[in-house]
Design a protein around this ligand. Sequence first.
Ligand SMILES: Cc1ncc(C[n+]2csc(CCOP(=O)(O)OP(=O)(O)O)c2C)c(N)n1
Ligand code: SF4
Ligand SMILES: [Mg+2]
Length: 300
Amino acid sequence: MTTMYALEPAADPMLCSGHAACPGCMDALSVRHVLARIGTNAVAVIPPSCMAIIAGPQPYSSLKIPVYQPTLEASAAAASGLRRALDAQGKHDTHVLVLAGDGGTYDIGLQCLSSAAERNENILYICLDNEGYMNTGAQKSSSTPHYARTSSTPSGKPTRKKNLTAIMAAHGVPYAATASIGFLPDMLRKVEKAKATRGFRILTLLVPCVDGWGLADDAGLQAARLAVECGAFPLYEVEDGNRYTLNHTARTRPVSDYLALQKRYRSMGQADIEALQAEVDQGWNWLLRLAQPEEAQMAP
Ligand SMILES: Cc1ncc(C[n+]2csc(CCOP(=O)(O)OP(=O)(O)O)c2C)c(N)n1
Ligand code: SF4
Ligand SMILES: [Mg+2]
């Protein structure tokens, strides 16, 4: 399957080398693939996050498209304003792309995200979900999964991960989907679909964080695959708030295989592992009740 991971277009990456990501960072790899599909006719809104550091301090940038860095809470509002300014100039085909972390999306930017979704702003919002406030020292966010240890939940997070895609779907937006760099063809198809759709679109990309999750430097892709294969991070898409499609329809591994890769779950007791497995089963069954299975089963 290695050929599936070739970067397109290989000759001219839009995220340049020499940026500040940790070695093995899935955030940077995911954004390289996303930008290659979005193309140069785009502007990026990047709030404080690892991606802001990877993009570099203004006026320098490792991205080959213009970057605007708003405050952490204001990404969707900034993107709405940029959209209107571009439209006023007749630049209706220029894509407005948000590249925000989970802290800036699930938590601190949620109210203006909800407002932009309700207004059906013509923007593509990408949440780079590494399940914590990573650039500030790996604190928990509302995207952090149950039981995961972070610097602000040293004995494990006592509550579950928030379901952002279901919240966005409840706004009735044209397109909301999850994707993982571990299933690249599916991720690229969703980027293309979101690019071709007008109105508010949101993709939540799971981006395993080698530092915050306690992964080996070369284990990011494996974590991105196992998260899907055990059902902890299901791949699905929702069109117009009501057509749910499940893209990877089989669960082939227990959650414990996924946990074993990560130091953030180290010293979790058997009872907690079983409780987490039960929660994942419950989430999967909820999705099965809502979703149509995609016809062809995907390979990673
Ligand atoms: C209102 C506000 N609170 C706190 C901060 C400090 N801060 C900057 S980035 C960040 C973490 C963002 O986490 P996330 O969005 O998940 O991005 P990641 O670093 O994980 O990529 C925080 C807390 C801020 N800039 N603004
Ligand atoms: S802290 Fe995590 S997400 Fe941030 S640059 Fe490092 S590996 Fe990537
Ligand atoms: Mg984060």
